[in-house]
Write a new protein. Structure first.
Lengths: 284, 183
């Protein structure tokens, strides 16, 4: 493979540009932050403790050899530096920038394949289908029902839309309304949660807080949380979900309304934020 | 997956403070060229490079060498900066124009050769701008940023073999088009 022709655009940055940027970076605020950080590093036992915890976690991972650096592990050492609260929605922001980005994992739960029609007939409370979908997307015949088999009602359902290019939109409608965990900021446990849902996000790439029908919603860029519904139908079906916070084509939107939790996950090159909001706002 | 060797190496590097002036000198041309390959416009590439380094310098106290090399970390920021700028201002796409080498006008002696070089550059820019986003990004990281397939895999989240096969396919296609347009 002859690829020499591909190098011909390479060039050195203009010295004037390189020098002026270097000069800029050598002045406050760019120097001050590092100095502060160094001081903190040496005087704060907290930082030492944090580093030791990270080392221990990393060693554990090395011995386990089979583990990814999962959000769950991260949650154990996460350092919460900021909390955003708008209209009751809470996002915990961590300063662990590099730690959060660039990780992915898959996991399994049990789900039951059903059709959207079945959900409308048998579980109308969960049949929250949008009245608008982006052009070209078709509601798939296979939806998913989640919940204990001994429960009469599910606690969550999932609908899926696809277009001819394989782009995906998934809408999950769940009972319970604690999208950011079962604990209030004060540390008090919430009583209105079926189950919790935690996100740790980094301070550099904070999610947006937007509104959907005047409800606060959290929009994550580059975060893929998709379920694979293509497995053959069996009595018990593994649910193979995928979590990946590196996918630039993915969005994840979550909000609560009337005691229900809504999650929209997309993987598409064409869906915009505006589409996503329009899709969400058309849910009755 | 993290291997024991990776972690031991990371621990060793953790003990040594990062010399950010060295990082600046070594990574500035790579980040700049990555953007140049992405946007094919010097002014825009400089702006995006400056934004990347300013953001990196602001947050470098949080840089964790156990998780990524400074280069991988910087390119992660660079890709975010690019995406954010494209999202914030879709019109930026329309601002992209191939580089015009006006400031490097050829002398009378080598007019023909310089003209051919300029034509080649413009052709390559056009071929790059025609690529799908994913392929364009990988080519820019490889040939502009000078990253190895492994580094690209770390920065993008693709597997190393996936990076290799996508790049191979893309470069083969580019080469074919390059040859066709030269005939």
């Amino acid at each position: 493979m002859n690829d020499k022709f591909l190098y011909q655009l390479c060039e050195e940055p203009e010295p004037e540009f390189a020098n002026s940027l270097r000069q800029k970076l050598s002045q406050p605020p760019y120097t001050k932050l590092v100095q502060d950080a160094k001081e903190r590093l040496f005087i704060s036992r907290y930082f030492t403790t944090k580093r030791m915890v990270l080392v221990l976690v990393a060693l554990s991972l090395a011995f386990a050899l089979t583990l990814f650096v999962s959000p769950a592990v991260r949650a154990a050492v996460i350092d919460i530096i900021e909390t955003i609260i708008i209209k009751g929605m809470t996002v915990w922001v961590s300063d662990d920038v590099s730690a959060v980005r660039g990780e992915s994992e898959t996991y399994s739960v049990i789900w039951t394949p059903v059709s959207p029609g079945d959900i409308s007939t048998n579980y109308p409370d969960f049949a929250k289908l949008p009245t608008w979908v982006p052009f070209g997307y078709v509601l798939q015949d296979r939806a998913a029902l989640f919940g204990s088999m001994i429960q009469e009602n599910p606690d969550s359902v999932l609908f899926e839309w696809k277009n001819k290019y394989g782009d995906i939109i998934q809408l999950t409608v769940s009972e319970g309304s604690c999208p950011n965990g079962q604990v209030w900021e004060s540390g008090e446990r919430r009583s209105d949660c079926m189950y919790g849902f935690y996100f740790s996000v980094d301070s550099e790439n904070q999610p947006e807080v937007i509104t959907i029908d005047e409800q606060a919603a959290i929009l994550f860029h580059d975060l893929q949380i998709l379920m694979d519904l293509s497995d053959p139908i069996q009595q018990w079906n593994p649910y193979r979900g995928k979590y990946d916070n590196r996918d630039p084509e993915a969005f994840f939107l979550i909000w609560e309304s009337d005691g229900m939790r809504f999650e929209i996950a997309t993987k598409s090159q064409t869906i915009s934020k505006r589409d996503l909001i329009r899709f969400a706002e058309s849910i009755p | 997956m993290i291997s024991q060797i990776d972690i031991l190496q990371a621990f060793r590097s953790m003990r040594q403070p990062v010399d950010w002036s060295v990082v600046y000198e070594s990574e500035l041309p790579r980040v700049y060229n990555y953007f140049l390959y992405k946007v094919c416009n010097r002014e825009l590439a400089e702006d995006l490079t400056a934004t990347t380094f300013e953001r990196a310098w602001t947050t470098r106290s949080k840089y964790n060498s156990i998780l990524a090399s400074p280069a991988t970390w910087l390119f992660g920021i660079a890709r975010n900066v690019l995406r954010e700028n494209f999202r914030r201002d879709k019109a930026i796409e329309n601002k992209i124009e191939p580089i015009q080498d006006n400031e490097h006008l050829p002398s009378a002696i080598d007019v023909e050769q310089s003209f051919q070089e300029l034509q080649d550059k413009v052709l390559l820019q056009n071929l790059l701008l025609e690529l799908p986003e994913r392929e364009h990004d990988l080519v820019a990281l490889k040939y502009g940023g000078g990253l190895s397939n492994r580094e690209i895999a770390k920065a993008t989240g693709f597997s190393e073999s996936n990076v290799g096969s996508i790049l191979h396919r893309t470069v083969t296609n580019l080469q074919r088009k390059w040859d066709e347009r030269h005939e």
